[in-house]
Design a binder for this molecule. Sequence first.
Ligand code: G6P
Length: 609
Amino acid sequence: MCGIVAVTARREVSEILLEGLRRLEYRGYDSSGMALIDNEKRLLLHKQLGKVAELEKAQAMSPHYGCVGIAHTRWATHGKPSAANAHPHTSSDRIALVHNGIIENHASLRKQLAEQGYVFYSQTDTEVIVHLLHSKLEQGLSLSDALRETVAQLEGAYALAAVDKESPDEVVAARAGSPLVVGVGIGENFLASDQLALRQVTDRFIFLEEGDLVRMTAMTLEIWDQSGNVVERPRRDVAEAVESVDLGQFEHYMLKEIYEQPKALADTFKIADETELSDERFGAEAAAVFDQVKSVQIVACGTSFHAGLVARYWLEELAGIPCEVEVASEFRYRKRAPQPGTLLVTVSQSGETADSLAALRGQKDGEFIASLVIANVDHSSLVRESDLVFLTRAGAEVGVASTKAFTTQLVAFLMLTLLLGRRHGMSEQDQDKITDALHALPSHVEQTLALDASIKKLSEHFIQKQHALFLGRGIQYPIAMEGALKLKEISYIHAEAYPAGELKHGPLALVDADMPVVAVAPGDELLEKLKSNLEEVRSRGGELYVFADKKAGFVDEPLLHVLQMPSCPEMLKPVIYTVALQLLAYHVAVQKGTDVDKPRNLAKSVTVE
Ligand code: G6P
């Protein structure tokens, strides 16, 4: 989604804004822009179609300098990607405003404002906000009061920041439904959609609450809550080292993040010298909540949803706990009838996904015994609003296609399975099996990464293809889904996943020499059935790419390409097969020349519905 950065300082801030945008580029990148107020109180604007690099070029060609500014990277919702639709939007060459979210009543506001004589230069919903703000300023209100009256008329979701050349030292901002964090500096203050954007300038943050409104100058910071009362929000000092956003030796963030998995998985499982897996990892109240859990409802989007699908197998098979999994955008609008004693689990890398957040907020009184979030970003909205929290320790994930966040979510779910399983009769022996497997996981992933060159070779077969089919059975079916999602996200090859048993009920009709079929065949008890499914493909001229355990007994033959996977404990197979499929998608995309880290039309953090 769109990313916002704002600064008010006593030094020149254009480079801080640009660096913030570079760090937020993962959120959206079809256009970007920045507005600065210079020493002569002029409002200076750059807006460019394309990536932040285009904005940097514009700034280099015609530099704008100032101590107060706002900037934005856009992911189009209303109005196609263009310089005119890029933010900041301005009104009467006086105010500039940036926005993340969607204003649902923009059409009626636009009509009213047009009747008042405002001329619209873009197709965005955002432009109504800046003209509305201007109309309030015309009534003689201060900038912050004008913003308060403006947001009172908005329906929908927003995080926004504005500057006014008549109040050249201040930035005002507000949030409802979209994230916004204040960065506190020394003699300067900052705002951004994600603290990551500001880590180069501060490690002190104030996470704004729903409905908060902010006025900041270089030296002052005021926050009002949604009722208009002045409030003090807690300041949090982020202790961890600044997350590296450098690529290091890698060509793309996605590859770097794939290779970071052994460490991310180890960090997620084990903090310091902890060897005993304890409830407290999920929060102080976790033990009391877990004692009451009779079933689990998992809700998530995208890749995180796939983690939930894998978890269902573990929770039901290993812990004997009934589990439902649903995409958040469906769950939130459905009349539900959960069993008594159900724990609501949301899963989200960013902790900000609008549908997942709405699912959490939309629970009815008494519907669930408690809520747990598995998230990768501390202080994110889902983390702040859930009863229990498990933080994965994947580190910042920049590539839009989620890799290490997904596999660390699987670790979190294995840990949850063990903790709930203990209460549902899981034997000590089975508990030890899970703990041992988790300890061994990083080295199994290392062994899988060692197959990189062979997977790259395999990937050459896919470059000219338009479509691909992914097959799996049992717990490997969600892994096939995740493999297909990775391939379609970054290589734009149409890829679908099927449970292998469904093949003959439809997708078999598509199989021919142009339809590569990828199968995950770990060699478990469903192997023989999977083998018959694969024969169905081969006998119709379909070319098979099988990721298989040695035990599965596959060898290369005409129309059959086998990638021999390392042996590992059964419960770890979903993780290592995922890593192999991540590498497959990555190499196909690189050879096709697509933008691996920032695939077209997609955004990393989807904070609108
Ligand atoms: C977007 C991203 C996906 C991600 C999904 C859910 O679609 O492109 O990679 O899986 O959002 O995001 P979350 O932050 O909730 O895990």
